[in-house]
Design a protein around this ligand. Structure first.
Ligand code: KIV
Length: 273
C-alpha cells in the first residue's frame, strides 16, 4: 500500500521533535509489540510507538497487566525497536520493577534500554512517582509519565474508572504539576474528563497524550488491537474508535487457507520444486 500523502518522518524522531509540535499539530502514538507491526506502523508514518504493558492482555492473554514480566517486556520491546524505523519508541516498565525505590527504577530503566534500544521509559503515577522521574532524568533517561487511570493500580483505584471527575480534578492537576516539575518529557492522560484534559494541556509545557481524554490533548494513543478490532465482538472501551476490521480480515484469510488445503487447491503447480 502506498503511504504517499502521509507525513513520513525522514529521520529518527526524537522527544524534542514531538515537544516542538506542541501547539502546532497533533501527533499519533500507537502501541506495537513485535517487529512486523512496528514496521507497518512506521511505514504508515506513526511518529511514536508505545510498547505498552497492555501486551500482557493482548499478546500474552493474561487477565491483568501486572502479570507481565521484565523479560517478556524486554523481548517484545527489542523486536519493536528492530522494526520501528524512524519512529520514537517508548517502553513501559512493568509492574514491580520500579516502585520500591529510585535506585530500583533507574536500574530497571537502564537495563530495559540496554536490552531493547528503546528511547523513552514510561512509568505510571504522578505525585507518588515524582522522585522516580527525577532519578531517571538525573541518569539521562527520557521519561513519559502516565496519570489519570493507571492500569497497574487498577485494584487500588477500585476498577476501571474515569479519574478526575468533580473534586478529584485537583488530584490530576497535582499529578501533572508533579511530573512536569520532576522533569518528565511527556505525559499520558488515561480516562480523564475531556474538559479537564484540555485545561491541563493548555497550561502544560510538555506534550500531553490522551487515551479517553478528549480531542484537545497534544497527541492521542490507542492500543492497536482495539483500534484494528483484532478481537471481533470483544469488549472495547468507550474511548476506542475502530479504524479497520483487521481481526475479521485475518479470520477470513486463515479460513481461505484452510479451505484451499482441504480442497487440495493449495499448493498448486507454481509452488512446486
Ligand atoms: O500499556 C499501554 O498500552 C498503555 C496505554 C494504554 C497508554 O499504557
Amino acid at each position: 500500500m502506498s503511504t504517499q500523502g502521509y507525513l513520513l518522518p525522514t529521520k529518527q524522531v526524537r522527544v524534542t521533535d514531538l515537544q516542538a509540535l506542541k501547539g502546532q499539530r497533533p501527533w499519533a502514538m500507537l502501541t506495537a509489540y513485535d517487529y512486523a507491526t512496528a514496521k507497518l506502523f512506521a511505514e504508515a508514518g506513526i511518529e511514536c510507538i508505545l510498547v505498552g504493558d497492555s501486551a500482557a492482555n493482548v499478546v500474552l492473554g493474561y487477565d491483568t497487566t501486572t502479570k507481565i514480566s521484565f523479560d517478556e517486556m524486554a523481548m517484545l520491546a527489542a523486536a519493536v525497536v528492530r522494526g520501528a524505523g524512524n519512529a520514537l519508541v517508548v517502553v513501559d516498565l512493568p509492574f514491580g520493577t520500579y516502585e520500591a525505590s529510585d535506585e530500583q527504577c533507574v536500574r530497571s530503566a537502564t537495563e530495559m534500554l540496554h536490552r531493547t534500544g528503546g528511547h523513552v521509559i514510561k512509568i505510571e503515577g504522578g505525585v507518588r512517582m515524582a522522585s522516580r522521574i527525577r532519578a531517571l532524568k538525573a541518569a539521562g533517561i527520557a521519561v513519559c509519565a502516565h496519570v489519570g487511570f493507571t492500569p497497574q493500580s487498577v485494584n487500588g483505584l477500585g476498577g476501571f474508572k474515569v479519574q478526575g471527575r468533580g473534586d478529584a480534578a485537583d488530584a490530576v492537576r497535582a499529578d501533572v504539576t508533579a511530573v512536569v516539575e520532576a522533569g518528565a518529557d511527556m505525559v499520558v492522560f488515561e480516562m480523564v474528563p475531556a474538559a479537564l484534559a484540555a485545561e491541563i494541556t493548555r497550561n502544560c509545557p510538555i506534550p500531553t497524550i490522551g487515551i479517553g481524554a478528549g480531542i484537545d490533548t497534544d497527541a492521542q494513543v490507542l492500543v492497536w488491537h482495539d483500534m484494528a478490532a483484532m478481537f471481533p465482538g470483544g469488549h472495547r472501551p468507550k474511548f476506542v474508535e475502530v479504524f479497520g476490521e483487521v481481526g475479521e480480515q485475518l479470520i477470513r484469510t486463515a479460513a481461505a487457507y484452510k479451505k484451499a488445503v482441504a480442497e487440495k487447491t493449495f499448493p498448486g503447480e507454481r509452488h512446486n520444486f
